[in-house]
Design a protein around this ligand. Structure first.
Ligand code: ASP
Length: 602
């Protein structure tokens, strides 16, 4: 055994070790001196232990202990002893004991750090780019190690679960061909033939479907996906999915698996509460009740269509919205009657930033009903609105009218979330999952003047909707489903097309010409003609799942080495330039543009 090798890890010491001589290895978290005593908090990945150097017992160690710099790696030998009564630290798992050092060896000294790791509160103030630049230091923090460990456990649960269900984990290529998942591809130039490119997979979608054609029947992969999109707090250029595909199944089988694997993970790594079975909404129901397709169902406050009452009120904003095919809808703000004039103005501005012309309100205060539209209506009309919205004494009804239904949906869904937040209804103690099903197959893209796939082009329409493919594509509902958790998209998937004629028809609907179909998707169309089984699947975003499990708002906090800003890695300084010989070899010439600001505004 090496003289400095540990006999036990710091965080494992308890009263049962009292009297034992131990060797510990780790990092100096903090050094404190009190008179004759020097305290060194020693940290390894399992936790922290207090080490004491007493001038009376080991005077020769005092100078060395006092000069230990934070984050220096040391080995020490000493005796475990019970802490004196009253000096225990209940915040530490090792807080009942300490180690009286007899020997200290510096294995590697640390120079002054760019930030102080030992203070978690102070670390919250540290600039994120600096933290990511020194991620190897940032990750030393116990909370970061906890994150890595929770992530590891979650993935292990997933692997074990999928294995038990008879799924094979199969790796698919990273260097491949562009797949149409709706984002931009990351491209890799092909050295041997300049002008040709590989693409990094946005998802292993086509490979997993080809594995079904190959007779695998049950595939999964903890898959890395790459999408060149503008960055957000829940998006990274590369991320990880639990990617799944199954043959000879129905949508019901897939939803069951999605539900079971999610429950298994949540229960294994947290004590968060869930409603089981996961509630389901059709896309149309979700849009009508919540104004979006990823409802936060931790609270009610569903949107009410008050169009009927509004049509009896001679308020030109309502009348115009309704006459032009729009809507008048409302959401309840519990306790909102007490908002001041100024607060109401702020709420109106909040709505205006998402496209509303204004916000009409009805408040049920102690002096009766008050409304911003009272001069246009009778008391009984206000009472009818309040009744439809189930408003009680002290509540406020918020009304949005617009000729464009999607503006009404967007504004009210955001307002509902804001109200939920203000009223403390979005507790992180719960993970409320729900399924949203029956999405439209396609969505009209007015800029490009074409139909875009709502999910991706491999999604199977409901068979009885296929009849609308030429006449009214917007009406087609697809066998497509999302899993939503606390208002965030957690997973999505679909039953796939497995018939080459239907696939070709859907490609054509998406404006993909026969020549392009052959060039980009010839392989899958051909594969479908050799006995492709009916199949379907899904992908769960693992990073977002971990975010929810850890109550994190920022995806970068749940990744070991994230990118910051518009996709920059300050640790490796990537992306970075390459030398001209490499460019020449690849047959590439650089045309300078500055898209960094552009992409941030996307
Ligand atoms: N490939 C899809 C995605 O990444 C998921 C799926 O349909 O299975 O969103």
């Amino acid at each position: 055994m090496l003289s400095w090798q540990r006999t036990i890890e710091c965080g494992k010491l308890t009263l049962t070790h009292t009297g034992e001589k131990v060797v510990l290895n780790g990092w100096v978290n903090k050094v404190r001196t009190f008179g004759d005593l020097v305290f060194v908090d020693l940290r390894d990945r399992t936790g922290l232990i207090q080490v004491v150097i007493d001038n009376n017992d080991t005077p020769h160690l005092i100078a060395a202990a006092n000069s230990l710099k934070p984050e220096t790696v040391i080995s020490l030998m000493g005796e475990v002893r019970k802490r004196r009564a009253g000096t225990e630290n209940s915040k530490l798992s090792t807080g009942d004991v300490e180690v009286a050092a007899e020997k200290i060896e510096v294995l590697n000294e640390a120079k002054l750090l760019p930030f102080t790791l030992s203070d978690e509160e102070q670390m919250k103030q540290v600039d994120e780019t600096l933290r990511v630049k020194y991620r190897y230091l940032d990750l030393r923090r116990p909370s970061m190690y906890q994150m890595l460990s929770l992530r590891h456990k979650a993935v292990k649960i997933i692997r074990d679960y999928m294995d038990n269900q008879g799924f094979l984990e199969i790796e698919t290529p990273i260097i491949s061909k562009s797949t149409p998942e709706g984002a931009r591809d990351y491209l890799i130039p092909y050295r041997l033939q300049p002008g040709l490119f590989y693409a990094l997979p946005q998802a292993p979608q086509q490979y997993k479907q080809l594995l079904m054609v190959a007779g695998v029947e049950r595939y999964f992969q903890i898959a890395r996906c790459f999408r060149d999109e503008s960055q957000r707090s829940d998006r990274q250029p590369e991320f990880t999915q639990l990617d799944v595909e199954m043959s000879f199944i129905t949508q019901e089988d897939v939803l069951k698996l999605m539900e079971e694997v999610s429950i298994a993970v949540v229960n294994a790594v947290s004590d968060k509460k869930m409603t089981v079975p996961f509630p389901r909404f059709t896309y149309d129901e979700a849009m009508s009740l919540y104004g979006n397709d990823k409802p936060d169902i931790r609270f009610g406050l569903t949107l009410k269509d008050i169009g009927e009452i509004a049509s009896t009120i001679s308020f030109h904003v309502f009348a115009e919205a309704l006459a032009n095919g729009g809507q008048v809808k409302a959401v309840l703000y519990p306790g909102g009657a007490s908002l001041s004039r100024k607060e109401l103005d702020q709420l109106t501005d909040f709505c205006k930033q998402f496209g509303a012309g204004g916000l009409a309100t009805v408040s049920i205060g102690s002096e009766g009903m008050k409304s911003s539209i009272s001069r246009f209506c009778e008391a009984n009309q206000l009472a009818a609105i309040a009744e439809q919205c189930e408003a009680k004494q002290g509540d406020l009804v918020c009304i949005i009218a617009h000729a464009n239904k999607s503006v009404v949906a967007n504004v009210l869904s955001r307002l509902r979330l804001e109200i939920g937040q203000r009223c403390g209804l979005r507790s992180n103690d719960r993970m409320e999952f729900c399924f949203v099903i029956d999405f439209p197959l396609v969505q009209w893209n007015p800029d490009e003047k074409r139909w875009d796939a709502e999910h991706h082009p491999f999604t199977m329409p409901h068979e009885d909707n296929l009849q609308y493919i030429d006449s009214d594509p917007g009406k087609i509902r697809a066998q497509c489903y999302d899993l939503v958790c606390n208002g965030n998209e957690s997973a999505s998937g679909s039953i796939r097309i497995h018939n080459s004629e239907i696939q070709a028809k859907v490609f054509s609907l998406l404006g993909i010409s026969a020549a392009t179909q052959k060039e980009r998707f010839g392989h899958i169309l051909e594969a479908f003609s050799y006995g492709a089984p009916p199949h379907g699947g899904f992908a769960i975003g693992i990073d977002r799942l971990i975010m929810n499990l850890m109550d994190e708002q920022n995806i970068r906090e749940v990744m070991a080495f994230p990118k910051v800003g518009p996709g920059y890695d300050p640790l490796m300084d990537a992306p970075s330039s390459v030398d001209s010989a490499q460019l020449k070899e690849l047959g590439l010439e650089i045309v300078k543009t500055d898209r960094v600001n552009e992409s941030q505004n996307e």
